[in-house]
Design a protein around this ligand. Structure first.
Ligand SMILES: NC(=O)c1ccc[n+]([C@@H]2O[C@H](COP(=O)([O-])OP(=O)(O)OC[C@H]3O[C@@H](n4cnc5c(N)ncnc54)[C@H](O)[C@@H]3O)[C@@H](O)[C@H]2O)c1
Length: 335
């Protein structure tokens, strides 16, 4: 097996690389990343919870996808599977041309590679890539009684250019699937992912990480009024498992949601962290300055489970408690 991970020095990509190396030790691994938001430490010794240090055994090419010769690299490395996770992940970037150039343009080369059938190859090349719940925008928001999980057809009205860049990638994906029905193309709409390896994302790390760090510094947790805004917060271990399930030969091509199927409010997130970190500061509430804000996200997972044979294994509240304990122990190492 030859496996290429774009964005493999990032949060989810490095967790994926670790899992692939653990479970497929004979696989040839190549990470391509320009390190704009990734970090070598994600692929180095840092311990993950109770998992001891890690030594990456694959290759790394430092390069930006839209400037390096991606087609040549794909032909040369000749992967069986490409996990495409590289992306501008700062959702507050407003440079529209940059967002489309960096996120959407390289995807055309990847689709061309994945849909080509070279002479002598009997199984399709496999491309699994990261879309986002940002493709749902804010239209599915509503008063609490109207909240329901997002079904796949609810997407298409992204509220920022990050979500738009992913939506255009989905359009390209759908066109490629229609033209090449045998191609193995799976896009995954990740919801709000949290877990080890995200610290390098800074202000783009999950709110769970940022709130935990504030509490560990002895500060009050600060969230938007009234705190009942709710997101589908999913642990990175579940996201990695689903991403790998999408690369199995048995997976049905398509675009799927990846979450837990439950929305957890920010008040509940703070409560779960408070217990694990033993924080007694009262919660500080501030007005939400954003006009376009997802008050609510929740993944309908029925098609994900039916088509990929995957279901989440880490309920949000216990996953938050476990992650908070890991962050606490790293902050105050136990003696
Ligand atoms: N973390 C989440 O909650 C979440 C939610 C929805 C979708 N996603 C998607 O999942 C993927 C991984 O996100 P993440 O959370 O691990 O973020 P991340 O920022 O940690 O990882 C992205 C990686 O891609 C690299 N990169 C960015 N642009 C590049 C380019 N043009 N060429 C080469 N490398 C480039 C970065 O250096 C980084 O290592 C992204 O596609 C993101 O849009 C993440």
């Amino acid at each position: 097996m030859r496996i290429l991970i774009t964005g493999g020095a990032g949060f989810i990509g490095s967790n994926l690389a670790r899992a692939v190396q653990r479970d497929q030790p004979d696989a040839a691994l190549l990470v391509v990343d320009d390190f704009r938001s990734g970090h070598f430490a994600n692929l180095s010794a840092e311990a993950r919870g109770s998992t001891p240090g890690f030594a990456y055994r694959g290759d790394v090419i430092a390069g930006t996808l839209h400037t390096l010769d991606l087609s040549e690299l794909l032909e040369r490395f000749n992967p069986d599977v490409v996990y495409h996770l590289a992306s501008i992940t700062d959702t507050t970037v407003t440079d529209q041309a940059a967002m489309l150039r960096d996120n959407t343009d390289p995807f055309r080369n990847l689709l061309a590679w994945a849909t080509a059938v070279p002479a002598g190859r009997t199984t399709p090349r496999r491309l699994v890539w990261a879309s986002s719940a940002a493709t749902y925008g804010t239209t599915a928001n509503g008063a609490t009684p109207d909240r329901r999980p997002f079904t796949l057809d609810d997407a298409g009205t992204p509220a920022n250019v990050y979500g738009f860049s992913k939506w255009v990638m989905e359009n390209l994906h759908r066109a490629a699937c229609a033209a090449h029905p045998r191609a193995h193309l799976v896009g995954l709409r990740y919801f709000n992912v949290f877990g080890p390896g995200e610290q390098h994302k800074g202000k783009m790390a999950s709110m769970i990480h940022q709130l935990a760090q504030a509490m560990l510094r002895g500060e009050a947790p600060c969230i938007f009024t009234p705190g009942d805004q709710a997101r589908d917060h999913v642990h990175v271990d579940d996201v990695v498992a689903c991403t790998r399930a999408a690369a199995r030969a048995t997976a049905t091509p398509g675009i799927y949601n990846v979450g837990t199927g439950f929305a957890t409010s920010f008040n509940a997130v703070v409560q779960a962290l408070r217990t694990a970190i033993d924080c007694t500061h009262p919660t500080r509430y501030v007005p939400n300055p954003y006009t376009f804000y997802q008050d609510y996200t929740c993944a309908d997972l029925s098609q994900t489970t039916a088509s990929l044979g995957w279901a989440p294994q880490h309920p949000t509240s216990s996953a938050i408690a476990r992650y908070a304990a890991e962050l606490r122990d790293r902050h105050h190492p136990p003696h």
